[in-house]
Design a protein around this ligand. Structure first.
Ligand SMILES: NC(=O)c1ccc[n+]([C@@H]2O[C@H](COP(=O)([O-])OP(=O)(O)OC[C@H]3O[C@@H](n4cnc5c(N)ncnc54)[C@H](OP(=O)(O)O)[C@@H]3O)[C@@H](O)[C@H]2O)c1
Length: 365
């Protein structure tokens, strides 16, 4: 049985998250999948979506006994019956073996998300991202049930380069320049670029079906009670800080629920292949600030940002749209983000919106 245009209501944020899923088919039974880095911002939302879709999920975390970090996962709908949390550390060889064994699909999202402030980029970012990805893939290779691996990469693997024509939107054929990333010490983009490249090489050699998702900067509600670094940057912006966002200059943004749906879509669609950019809109800081200031007049949104030298670029997301996913607008993603930050007590006495929704480099998207 296949269902057309299934209406899905996702969670405690009520009608905000009602959306028509533009998937052609929802199979009768769902299998077993593994999500690495389960307690993270994106992975938590992905697990919520997978559980709502009926999957059995094994999530890996560094410390399954840390209730503060995993409690929100255990409280998800369906978690009691269909979520198992096991230990997995990117830096411990073989530590994902138990988690991936017997799974049809593996969503590898775990990767360090750090800004510029690292004194040991090799140890803190590059090794866990690159060697950690290969560590997970080596375990996947031993799993006879494996059908497909979905790797969470990043749009920073596409746009960190200085040799493109700004009139031509960047698509999945573009790769960030390793030389530029090294020269400018853009460790996050370098880690994601080298990790994705390593994954493609490994999967080609060992004939593993790999699909990669390349989200731009993810905006939306945070299920983990402690904000991850990117969600904390967004909170800072909404409180009037410019320090982190000034580095965005120009940036693509995407709703966290769309990123989760994209992961599931490219896992389920047999004909999904290669890389998928996942981004709604690319905007300059000033444009973003004016949208937000008009929408949330009671928040101290910054009026101007220090100018940084960033090339103009657009992202071509027609490949993902071709699979039928509709991406939500900047207004919708920030409405949901502001509502959730307010609900969690990070923002107080805010006016979210009175209107109807109508809808480079150093940053960690
Ligand atoms: N947020 C964005 O705007 C954005 C955009 C594009 C792509 N992405 C990608 O999305 C993925 C998730 O990022 P996020 O935004 O959700 O950030 P996050 O909340 O910081 O999640 C990162 C996850 O990686 C795990 N991790 C880091 N080092 C690890 C290690 N040595 N062993 C095991 N796990 C480790 C963390 O585990 P702990 O909880 O134990 O620290 C955490 O669960 C990353 O691959 C990131 O590159 C994010």
């Amino acid at each position: 049985m296949y269902m057309q245009g299934e209406r899905v209501i996702c969670g405690s944020f009520g009608t905000r998250f009602q959306q028509i899923l533009h998937m052609d088919r929802i199979p009768d039974s769902k299998g077993k999948v593994c999500v690495t880095g389960a307690a993270g911002f994106l992975a938590s939302w992905l697990i919520k979506r997978l559980l709502l879709s009926g999957y059995h999920v094994t999530g890996t975390v560094r410390d399954p006994g840390n209730e503060k970090k995993v409690g929100h996962l255990r409280r998800l709908e369906g978690a009691k019956e269909r979520l198992r949390l096991v230990r997995g550390d990117l830096m411990v060889e073989g530590s994902f073996e138990e988690a991936v064994m017997g799974c049809d699909g593996v969503f590898h999202t775990a990767s360090p998300v750090l800004g510029r402030s690292t004194t040991d980029p090799k140890g803190e970012i590059l090794q866990p991202a690159i060697n950690g990805t290969l560590n997970v893939l080596r375990s996947c290779r031993k799993n006879p049930s494996l059908k497909r691996v979905i790797l969470t990469s990043s749009s920073s693997t596409v746009r960190a380069r200085d040799d493109f024509d700004p009139r031509v939107p960047l698509d999945e054929s573009s790769w960030s320049s390793v030389e530029l990333c090294e020269r400018l010490k853009i460790w996050y983009a370098l880690s994601k670029t080298l990790a994705e490249r390593a994954a493609w090489e490994f999967c080609k050699e060992y004939k593993i079906d790999l699909v990669t998702v390349l989200p731009s900067f993810v905006i939306g509600p945070s299920l983990p009670p402690d904000l991850c670094s990117t969600a904390a940057d967004v909170l800072g912006l909404l409180k009037g800080e410019t320090e982190k966002f000034k580095w965005h200059g120009r940036m693509g943004y995407v709703h966290i629920d769309d990123v989760a749906l994209c992961h599931i879509l490219v896992y389920e669609r047999e004909n999904a292949k290669g890389r998928y950019l996942c981004s709604s809109t690319v905007v300059d800081n000033d444009e973003l600030a004016s949208i937000l200031a008009a929408r949330y007049p009671s928040l101290p949104i910054p009026k101007r940002f220090e100018k940084v030298d960033r090339p103009y670029y657009e992202l071509d997301t027609s490949k993902l749209k071709g699979l039928g996913l509709k991406l939500r607008s900047v207004e919708e993603m920030f409405d949901d983000c502001v509502a959730s930050l307010t609900e969690q007590g990070y923002l107080t006495a805010t006016t979210t919106t009175t209107t109807t929704t109508t809808s480079m480099l150093e940053t960690t998207d």
